[in-house]
Design a protein around this ligand. Sequence first.
Ligand code: HEM
Ligand SMILES: *[C@@H]1O[C@H](CO)[C@@H](O)[C@H](O)[C@H]1NC(C)=O
Ligand SMILES: *[C@@H]1O[C@H](CO)[C@@H](O)[C@H](O)[C@H]1NC(C)=O
Length: 403
Amino acid sequence: MGSVEQLLFNHNNTIVSVASAITAVVLLLTWHRRRSQQQQLQQQNASISGAQEKPKTFPKIEPHPEFDWQATPPVKFRPFKPKYHLSMSISRLNPSELVQMDSTYLSRLEFRRSVMAASSSAPHVLGVVEDPSMSAGAKLAVQELYTWIFKDYLPTRFPFIYKLIDKSSKDEKPTVPSQGGSGSSLYTLNQATNDLVPVTPPEDTKEALQILGAHVDQDFLFLLPAPDGDGYALYAFVTCCPNGFDSAEKLGKKLRDIHTPVPGYKEKLEKSMDRFFAKIEVGEYVQRVNWSFTTTDKLYTPGGNHLYEGEEVSDAEKDAIDISKVHLRCERQVLHRLPSSRAVVFSFKTYMYSLPELKAEGPSAAQEIADGIDGLKLGNVPDMHFYKRAVVWGDAVKAYLLS
Ligand code: HEM
Ligand SMILES: *[C@@H]1O[C@H](CO)[C@@H](O)[C@H](O)[C@H]1NC(C)=O
Ligand SMILES: *[C@@H]1O[C@H](CO)[C@@H](O)[C@H](O)[C@H]1NC(C)=O
């Protein structure tokens, strides 16, 4: 430093100091150019490695302000449009809102536990691919969601229902029976059911699905790239509320093959769905809501709620409708990608509303529903009216609501 100061303050050496200033500027410019080249290279590198640069962790979850969930009625979805347009119709969702809690929680869990336990329904509500080339991926995906839900999501979001406890700690001495896995001393206490759930998932994938299904009123389907790399396929599911399909029949199939019975799917949805599943990023949560009327009040309906090409409807079938059993059925569906297994989770909660409940909302609400029913025939896929069985329930529902 001393010699530089001497140079700058010595008039006799002006030429030397000007020369060194020029050298410094040149050096600075060269350094700057190298640095921006390097940054460009790094950016190119990042875009080549693609997925690896995306976030690898679950999003941050905000606690729900404490509320009296037992006094909170289910959300009322009224997704009617005067023209039914078949499209993905997804919208962004705050990840904290993955699960919705309401007064039906305990009765729903009771129902879910009974369909999962009955030997007649169990194979249709719980499933994992058996093909060894796929089952390892299914297991990783289910375990990843399981651990996040019980260890992070539920205790963070609804701490007044789910409480994380450490059995090895002296102050926590739970006396309730525990279910499933072992290995860690961390448990989630479901204070509504008084069950203790280990946050380490059980080895058996179906058992993990069963515990998930027994504590959250939401159905979960796990999708991963198909073995041939072309599109996503269904690897595992817990679906206690299937609306007119049997998940067991769909297991291992690709989205496009799962949806073959859906009119217009191939022409209007297949491409955008495949693109969407390939691209959805970790932390990006989306939701959609669909609807139909059903002539049964049952939640577990692995058949009967859809009509397929070539099927016919008789007047006797229409006349046989028990109007007290007819319900509006809406599904709130959420899609998101797991950070480590990179599986896409498709989950949904089913809402049922009775006709008297709808009618009580008044004549203009009733008219909107009637228009929505007629609108099934007026959109880009008029066959939706038949597929949703509106030929069976449409007139009866409109007559009831508009009278
Ligand atoms: C953004 C994602 C999705 C869209 C836009 C979509 C769209 C549809 C539509 C329009 C229908 C006809 C019923 C209705 O909604 O009125 C349908 C039926 C169905 N979807 Fe999806 N779907 C999606 C994701 C999935 C996923 C991930 C699965 C399961 C892995 C699935 C399984 C089914 C099944 C099983 C049916 C009934 C098919 C039958 O009648 O056999 N869907 N879907
Ligand atoms: C780009 O990636 C290559 C290897 O994939 C690495 O050798 C190189 O240092 C990286 N360059 C930059 C600027 O990060
Ligand atoms: C909603 O969509 C799901 C999956 O895409 C389908 O299985 C179900 O039948 C539909 N539900 C209603 C009520 O239309």
